[in-house]
Design a protein around this ligand. Structure first.
Ligand code: AHM
Ligand code: MG
Length: 345
């Protein structure tokens, strides 16, 4: 099992440098780097800028808001922006030779983006628009991405545990557009300067606080939770009465946006199993695993409550998984509740 360990900040962490400059500077420190990863990240940032521009025109031009009338492999109604973002990721990588396979929440099977796809080539897994239900109400959405080297498994070569990821990240389309990524050497956040059209380093070497003040969960489902989830949330609500720092609740309904707040301020995000969704809702390979990679690099933790997310061997491309992610203090306690499966005070 490979553990991911963040190294100390490198010399390429001067605020204001561009994403590409940062990656080039990092590559100079790793003699085996081929430069392909820099090209890959440049194309991800291009997709991010195109999607960001499209979002900025929502309500002003046709076919940004609303549904296409189609239903995706997950059984969810496809929105125009889901389709645009999915096609954008395909378009920016097609025939570049940078990525040989692309898997997406919007595609039943991975698609080949290059004629040759040997084991070891880069593959990209994306949730092109995470939090789609927030598009039409002008609330933050995101793109989540995971970069793998194609494995040798008999299906797509993509069913690898999260600890095999080469890199992972997300682009948050909020009041400003931010790209946060890790290639296993810390977590770095870049803010899009819309005038220059470049992502500039704004959050070098991000670290999650060891404990936070927010919990994030869809409480409307509390009647459908297992008892340990209710007990854990009740425990958090009781902090004030125990003379501890009280918690407050935040839930945006866009995973990456809820995660980003948790990364910056600490605390916990949970999407546990429910009666209707016994494996939770979130997808392992392009939602939970990339965010788990990021949070561990930032000093946090991610699990199902029972098992480390990065150790899970996927069985299917669109597999769902319960997710408990955030500061080490909160996640560790949530795991205690999950493992005991019963209440404790
Ligand atoms: P999506 O990728 O199709 O938008 O679905 C995933 C989203 C997450 O972003 C979010 O955390 C979750 O679904 C919200 O689900 P719910 O409305 O059940 O709380
Ligand atoms: Mg999603």
């Amino acid at each position: 099992m490979k553990d991911i360990v963040a190294t100390k900040p490198t010399t390429s962490l001067t605020k204001g440098i561009t994403l590409f400059q940062h990656i080039l500077a990092q590559q100079t420190q790793y003699p085996d780097a081929t430069g392909e990863f820099g090209g890959l990240m440049a194309q991800i940032s291009l997709a991010a800028k195109l999607i960001s521009r499209q979002l900025a025109q929502a309500g002003l031009i046709e076919n940004v808001l609303g549904f296409t009338g189609e239903v995706n492999v997950q059984g969810e109604a496809v929105r125009h922006l889901d389709q645009y973002a999915n096609e954008t990721f395909i378009r920016v990588f097609k025939d570049t030779g940078l990525v040989c396979l692309l898997a997406s929440e919007e595609l039943e099977e991975p698609i080949a983006l290059s004629n040759q796809c040997p084991v070891g080539s880069y593959a990209l897994l994306v949730d092109p628009i995470d939090g789609s239900s927030n598009i039409d109400v002008n609330v933050s959405v995101a793109s989540i991405f995971s970069v793998q080297k194609r494995g040798a498994d008999s299906t797509s070569g993509l069913l690898q545990p999260g600890n095999a990821q080469v890199a992972a990240g997300y682009v948050l389309y909020g009041p400003n557009t931010m790209l946060v990524y890790s290639s296993g050497y810390g977590v770095h956040g870049f803010t899009l300067d819309p005038v220059v059209g470049e992502f500039l380093l704004s959050h070098p070497n991000m670290q999650i606080p060891t404990q936070g003040e927010y919990y994030s969960i869809n409480e409307a489902y509390s009647p459908d939770w297992q008892p340990y989830v209710r007990d854990y949330i009740e425990h958090l609500k009781g902090a004030k009465n125990r003379g501890e720092r009280p918690y407050s609740a935040r839930y945006i309904g866009s995973l990456a946006a809820d995660f980003h707040r948790t990364l910056l301020t600490g605390g916990i995000y949970l999407y546990p199993p429910t009666i209707d969704k016994p494996r939770g809702k979130l997808r392992l390979l392009y939602e939970a695993a990339p965010l788990a990679f990021i949070v561990e690099q930032a000093g946090g933790r991610a699990s199902t409550g029972i098992e480390r997310i990065l150790d899970i061997q996927p069985q299917a491309l669109h597999q769902r998984v319960p997710l408990v992610i955030g500061s080490p203090t909160e996640v560790t306690l949530a795991e205690t509740y999950a493992q005991q499966g019963t209440s404790h005070s």
